[in-house]
Design a binder for this molecule. Structure first.
Ligand SMILES: NC(=O)c1ccc[n+]([C@@H]2O[C@H](COP(=O)([O-])OP(=O)(O)OC[C@H]3O[C@@H](n4cnc5c(N)ncnc54)[C@H](OP(=O)(O)O)[C@@H]3O)[C@@H](O)[C@H]2O)c1
Length: 399
């Protein structure tokens, strides 16, 4: 399988070049070296909850000033401002990369209690400590998105904590660009789509009920997207391109023993499976918006945080790629974004009063100003979003 370096070309190149796809650009070519030999096979207001029974002393952590970033806070009555509490945000995959940087950025404000939802408790604890996060600003709860039982257990544990849920960030992801064969989640779904989309779908569906009960002025459900799933960009046009096709593989359960491990029913390709999963993430955010925004007031958003070439996302890639990719992004494409900067961007989507719009896919320009970006035709296809939603519900036994 070809190296997928080009899957992560930066927004600086692509976000403003919709329709100027360069389908012929190959990964080995744009890195400026011949990598073909290295191709390999492997892979507020009132703090009272509407549900009074879930309120305990720990939920009202401490009063905040009216400066907390939320538009609704500004609109709240003077009395409400007095009782403003800390926000509670669950971030999946907060043990490294973007998730950790976001957790740190929010924790540092002292206005958020970050629940780090991670599969490796010790790793998360060490990561939080080495990031210098103060104990009173975070907690860790076990979550393995590759197991639906674990997702359900997480939801039970979270509810038992008595914390209200104000914002959920679906950030965790896996990427297997060099895998020759699919691997599977506990329930037998291809791993990339199983973790990135299906696990998050169940988590978000369950926790939506908790967010509905929150009294926090600005509640948000954020699903991290990617430029690589958007074929209206340069990066999104590097083969293999995202394409969900007629969804026959998803309908069949994403397993080669019963059909195909790929959403479109095709031959397994780890890089494509990741991009397809990101299309599902972006479609899911929009379908949440259509189904629930008006009734609940919750904002649903997705984002492309920039090319964070140094994160563990690329851990399954060959060594040469991992060595060359960060300098290539820094000095050639200039699309590199540090983990810290990307974390600040995602933290902005969590808490900035100017980013409450629902149904939006956020990106950033060279000056680090956020803007509402356009999704590709497939990633904004209303009918496909509905179908992905319904098929995923069916796989989860929710329909
Ligand atoms: N890096 C980029 O350039 C880039 C660009 C666009 C979008 N993104 C998106 O940014 C998000 C974060 O990626 P990253 O770059 O920060 O990569 P990362 O450092 O590898 O972070 C991924 C996180 O997901 C967690 N995770 C993986 N499988 C899991 C599972 N089964 N259950 C629970 N958690 C699991 C990992 O946990 P462990 O620590 O235990 O491995 C890790 O904390 C992803 O959604 C990715 O698609 C990244």
């Amino acid at each position: 399988m070809a190296l997928q370096a080009s899957s992560f070309l930066p927004s600086a190149l692509s976000a403003h070049k919709e329709g100027k796809a360069n389908g012929g650009l190959k990964d080995s070519a744009f890195l400026g070296v011949n990598l073909s030999e290295h191709r390999m096979k492997s892979s507020f207001s009132s703090p009272l909850l509407t549900s009074g029974k879930r309120l305990n002393a720990s939920t009202i952590i401490r009063a905040q000033t009216a400066a907390t970033a939320s538009p609704a806070i500004n609109k709240a009555s003077p009395e409400a401002k007095k009782t403003l509490r800390k926000g509670n945000v669950v971030i999946t995959g907060a043990s490294s990369g973007l998730g950790l940087a976001t957790a740190k950025s929010l924790a540092e404000t002292g206005k958020w209690n970050v629940v780090m939802a991670c599969r490796d408790f010790l790793k998360a604890e060490k990561a939080a400590k080495s990031a210098g996060m103060a104990k009173e600003n975070y907690s860790i709860m076990h979550l393995d998105l590759a197991s639906l039982d674990s997702v359900r257990q997480f939801v039970r544990n979270f509810r038992q904590s008595g914390m209200p849920l104000d914002t959920l960030v679906c950030n965790a992801a896996v990427y297997f660009p060099t895998a020759g064969e699919p691997t599977y989640t506990a329930e037998g779904f291809e791993m990339s789509v199983g973790v990135n989309h299906i696990g998050h779908f169940l988590l978000a569906r369950e926790l939506l009920e908790d967010m509905k009960q929150s009294d926090y002025p600005s509640r948000r459900l954020i699903i991290v997207g990617s430029i690589t799933g958007n074929t209206n960009t340069l990066a999104g046009n590097i083969p293999p391109k995202a394409n969900l096709g007629d969804l026959r593989g998803l309908a069949g359960g994403l397993n080669e023993t019963t059909g195909s491990a790929m959403i479109d029913g095709g031959k397994f390709d780890g890089a494509k499976a990741y991009k397809d999963s990101k299309v599902c993430n972006m479609l899911t955010m929009q379908e949440f918006h259509r189904r629930y925004h008006e009734d609940t007031g919750i904002s649903f958003a997705s984002l492309y945080p920039g090319c964070i070439a140094t994160t563990g996302l690329f851990r399954e890639h060959i060594g040469l790629f991992r060595t060359l990719f960060p300098p290539f992004q820094k000095y050639i494409t200039k699309g590199f974004v540090s983990e810290e900067e990307a974390g600040n961007r995602l933290a902005q989507v969590v808490s900035d009063p100017s980013l409450t719009k629902s149904g939006v896919y956020w990106s950033w320009n060279k000056n680090s100003a956020s803007f509402e970006n356009q999704l590709s035709q497939e990633a904004s296809d209303v009918e496909k979003a509905r179908k992905v939603w319904e098929m995923t519900e069916k796989l989860l036994g929710l329909a």
